[in-house]
Design a protein around this ligand. Sequence first.
Ligand SMILES: O=C(O)[C@@H](CO)OP(=O)(O)O
Ligand SMILES: [Mg+2]
Length: 518
Amino acid sequence: MSDPIETITAFEALDSRGRPTVGCTVVTRGGARGRAIVPSGASTGSHEARELRDGGERYGGYGVRRAVANVEGELLRAVRGIDVTDQEAVDRALRKADGTQDGGRLGANAILAISVATAQAAAAGRGLPLYAAVGDGPRTLPMPMINIISGGAHAARALDVQDFLVVPVGATTFAEAIETVARVRAATGEVLRDRGATWALVADEGGYGPQLSSNREALEVLSVAFERAGLIPGDDIAIAIDVAATQFHSPSEGTYVWETENRRMQADELVEELAAWSADFPIVSIEDALAEDDWDGWRTATDRLGGIQLLGDDLFVTSPDRLRRGIDDAVANAVLVKPNQIGTLSEAREVVEIAHVAGYATVLSARSGETEDHWLADLAIGWNTGQLKIGSTMRSERTAKMEPSARDRARTRRRHRAGPSKIRERVLTWRQSSSRTSRGRVPRSRPNWRTPPAMRSSWRSPTNICSLSPRRRMPSSPVSVASPRRSSMPPSAASRSRATGWASTTSMSTARPISASS
Ligand SMILES: O=C(O)[C@@H](CO)OP(=O)(O)O
Ligand SMILES: [Mg+2]
């Protein structure tokens, strides 16, 4: 039954960086209400949809009063009377009212706020949570990709590479996935403290922002943290990186510059560096390996690193057109989906559909400037994106994104696997494929992982890591089998976590506990 949009009220809120952002509430004639607040990026691509900011003195120019006024003015007039359940009609009307390619006249932030609040109101009208309303098919919980160490625009450029993340590839439930990455985060803090690096402060996405001697050292720190957390690299846990190469690319010179290491590289040299990292560490995903318009460099990277998930963020900017170009040119094999890069939910969903048809993996992603609104995590579940990138396991604007998964699990009482995602498939393929040298494409099995010297005495042998033996579960005691390992979690906390699935004081604890080994 049709339920037309009646009114919209908008407001200016602050995001997790303390910058203004747009929120609004859509109300229908039948009384359904939907509310949404939009996020904002720091390492933005130049092809992204354009937010409308006020300029001037207020909030250093970041105010959004004009965007708020546009929501309650021109944009409301454009969508008033349209059936709230007809998302595409609402989104088309928003785009038409703005009239620009990038949404910059009325503000992509204003447009997206209405687009998402419309979806929320439609879900409320049906009495459903957003994730259930936006997808008709079977739902799977996404594999989380969690930030542990930050650099680039998210940590005052302490490192050149922006994100060092982990993927709990061995977890079989979402709760187990989150517990695993929380252990890695805690263990990483210990490793940084032992090395005399900054460990008490957090970067924009809740990860650590240490100054290290090189970008590569971040990978070594993670490897030692896996050991401390009692996790088996490649079996329990793997690494993802967001190089965010646009940020250190000099288009005029055509070079990539790592300031912290005083290094200038051509595209192929950067690709070789990433190939070497991938041979030495359990890296399963590389995002924005090259800059947003370096299509030649991307082709080199796809050819050289194609056994790994190659994610386009600034490259595709959630644009159906740019993704189609990438697919036609066989560039990358996965797309990061950020609805505010394109402006409306309909266009973001189209990107997910194009990717899935082409066999590209999809990762729904938060922005570095976020709020406690969690609609993007609902989209990841409803649209079956398979993976979800939300920042770290602390700061409530990050942990809020874990809530829909916890609620869905609690609501349905069904067993959920975290995934299935392309990344899991990749890990399996990579474990099962035979050893190859690191010449040519990066091998899917990594017989030559080198362990940092500090780890050598107690790490499992590389042969075992790549063996086909059944995957071992996370150790049930703080110390694992083959070698002495320390858990970063006190035993009582560890066992409590296993008993309840999640026993922290984060927003997940407000959802009903998830039974553990389910
Ligand atoms: O680059 C990214 O993938 C995102 C999230 O990490 O950062 P930002 O929102 O600053 O673009
Ligand atoms: Mg990125």
